[in-house]
Design a protein around this ligand. Structure first.
Ligand code: SAJ
Length: 428
C-alpha cells in the first residue's frame, strides 16, 4: 500500500463531491492519482465530468478542467465504479437534526457504500466533522459488514478538513493537517497519501484525538464569541462602546477578544459544539451556555430595534424594516444558519413589512435604496464590505423614520440625523 502511494499508483475514491470533496478529489487527481469521485446527485456528476464545477471557488474551474482532461478524475453515481480502490476518502455532511442531535445518516450510508466496494488492505479516511469516537464505531460497522478486521485487513483514519471557502485551494496545500488513525500505521498511510499535495505541517495521532481537535477548534471560536457577546451585553448597561474596550484590551500581548454581533451562523460553529458534547455523559455547561448566548443574539438585536421604534413613537405593527445582509458572514453568499434569517424570523409578524437586500444573495429589494425607501429602520445583519461605505446621510433622505441598527459593527461613526443603536455600542 505504502509503495502504491509513494509511486502515485494508488487508486482513490472520494465519496461526496461537495465543498470539500470536489476540491480534494481535484488535488489528488492533479497530483497524479487516478481518482473516482462518487456522488449521488446525478446532475452534479454530469457537470463535473464535463469539466464544470457546481460550486463557486477561486481557481476551481481551471483546476477541475485540468483534472478531467488529464483523465485522472471521473465522477460517478454508480457504486460499482468505486469497487476495489486502494483509498476511500469520505467527505459527506454531518448536519444536526431538528432536536440538535447529529444526523449521521449521510456518513453511515457512505461507510456502507465503501464497505460494499472495498477490498482487503484499503485505507478509509473520514474528513467529515464527527462526534468523538465515531471513526472507531464506523470501523466496527465495516468489520460487521465485510468480515475484515480493523487495523489488520483495512486502515482507517480521521483527517478533518480545515479550509475556508474562498481560500480552499490555498488552504488545502498550506494549512497543517491532523491524521488520526485507528492504528499508527493507518495514520502513517494517510499522511503519506496527503503529502502528495499538502505543504503545511502534518501531525499523526489517534482518531478520537483528531475528532476532538476539529471540534475544539470551532467550539473555541463559538465560546469566545459568546464571551464577546456577554461583554457587549454588559457594555450596554455601562453605556460604553464595547468595540473600543475590546480594541484596548487586545493591546495586551496575551489577550485576543473576538467580535460581538447579531449572532453566529454557518455550517460549523453553531453545530460543532453540539457534536463535541453529544457522546459525553456529563459536561460543565459552559459550551451549552455559549451556544445559548450566541443563539439569543438575533433576539437581542430585535430588542435594540424595538426600543428604537418606541423611542421615536413608531408602533412596531406599522413599521417597515429593511434588513441589509442575509449571508452568515461578510462577502459570502452562504445563508446557512444565518443570524440574519433568525432575526427576520423573530421580527416577522411583529412589524408591518420586512424588506431584505444582500448584494451576494439577492433579497426582496433590488438595491439598498429600494430597501430603504419609506422604511422606518435599517438593520445591518451582515458585514459585507460594500455596506461599510454606504452614505447614510444621503440614504436617510429616502427613509420615513431614520433608525439605524448595526448588528455587525459595520458603521464606525453613527450618522447624523439618525437614531443609532448597535450590538455592543452602548454609548449612543
Ligand atoms: N463571528 C462573530 N464574531 C467573531 C467571529 C465570527 O460573530 O469574532 C461569526 C461570523 O459572523 C459568522 C460565524 O461567527 O456568522 C462563523 O464565522 P467564522 O468565520 O468564524 O467561521 P466559518 O464557519 O466560516 O468557518 C470556520 C473556520 N474556522 C476557523 O476560523 C477556526 C474554518 O477555518 C473551518 O474550516 C470551518 O469553520 C469548518 O469547516 O469547520
Amino acid at each position: 500500500m505504502l509503495e502504491k502511494i509513494e509511486t502515485g499508483t494508488a487508486e482513490i475514491a472520494v465519496i461526496g463531491l461537495g465543498y470539500i470533496g470536489l476540491p480534494t478529489a481535484i488535488m489528488f487527481a492533479n497530483a497524479g492519482f487516478k481518482v473516482t469521485g462518487y456522488e449521488i446527485r446525478e446532475d452534479v456528476v454530469e457537470r463535473i465530468n464535463s469539466g464544470k464545477a457546481h460550486i463557486v471557488e477561486p481557481e476551481i474551474d481551471e483546476l477541475l478542467r485540468r483534472a478531467v482532461e488529464s483523465g485522472n478524475l471521473k465522477a460517478t453515481s454508480n457504486p460499482r465504479d468505486i469497487e476495489g480502490k486502494d483509498a476511500y476518502i469520505i467527505c459527506v455532511q454531518t448536519p444536526l437534526k431538528d432536536d440538535r442531535t447529529p444526523d449521521l445518516s449521510y456518513l453511515e450510508n457512505a461507510v456502507r457504500t465503501v464497505a460494499g466496494a472495498m477490498k482487503r488492505n484499503s485505507l478509509i479516511v473520514i474528513e467529515s466533522t464527527v462526534p468523538p469516537l465515531t471513526t472507531v464505531k464506523m470501523a466496527t460497522l465495516i468489520e460487521e459488514l465485510t468480515g475484515f478486521k480493523a487495523g489488520e485487513d483495512f486502515h482507517m483514519v480521521h483527517a478533518p478538513e480545515r479550509v475556508m471557502p474562498g481560500r480552499i485551494f490555498k488552504e488545502l496545500v498550506y494549512n497543517s493537517r491532523i491524521f488520526g488513525g485507528i492504528t499508527p500505521e493507518s495514520a502513517e498511510l494517510a499522511e503519506s497519501l496527503y503529502r502528495s499535495f499538502v505543504k503545511g505541517q502534518t501531525f499523526k495521532t489517534s482518531s478520537t484525538v483528531s475528532e476532538v481537535v476539529k471540534l475544539m477548534e470551532n467550539t473555541f471560536r463559538d465560546v469566545n464569541i459568546a464571551l464577546a457577546n456577554e461583554f457587549a451585553f454588559l457594555a450596554h448597561q455601562y453605556g460604553i462602546d464595547v468595540f473600543e474596550a475590546i480594541e484596548l484590551a487586545n493591546t495586551h500581548p496575551r489577550v485576543r477578544i473576538h467580535s460581538p454581533g447579531i449572532g453566529v451562523g454557518g455550517h460549523c460553529l453553531p453545530k460543532d459544539p453540539h457534536l463535541l458534547l453529544w457522546p459525553a455523559k456529563e459536561d460543565f455547561g459552559l459550551i451549552r451556555l455559549a451556544r445559548e448566548i450566541n443563539d439569543s443574539m438575533p433576539l437581542f438585536t430585535k430588542d435594540l430595534l424595538f426600543s428604537a421604534l418606541r423611542e421615536l413613537n413608531v408602533p412596531p405593527e406599522d413599521a417597515v424594516v429593511a434588513v441589509l445582509g442575509l449571508a452568515y458572514k461578510g462577502d459570502s453568499d452562504d445563508t446557512r444558519n444565518s443570524p440574519a434569517l433568525a432575526f427576520i424570523g423573530a421580527i416577522e409578524g411583529d412589524v408591518a413589512e420586512v424588506r431584505t437586500y444582500d448584494p451576494f444573495v439577492g433579497g426582496s429589494a433590488g438595491s439598498v435604496e429600494d430597501a430603504l425607501r419609506e422604511a422606518d429602520a435599517a438593520v445591518i445583519a451582515t458585514d459585507h464590505t460594500a455596506f461599510k461605505s454606504l452614505d447614510w446621510e444621503k440614504l436617510g433622505k429616502l427613509m420615513r423614520t431614520r433608525i439605524l441598527i448595526d448588528g455587525r459593527h459595520v458603521v464606525e461613526n453613527p450618522p447624523r440625523g439618525f437614531l443609532f443603536k448597535g450590538v455592543g455600542r452602548g454609548e449612543y
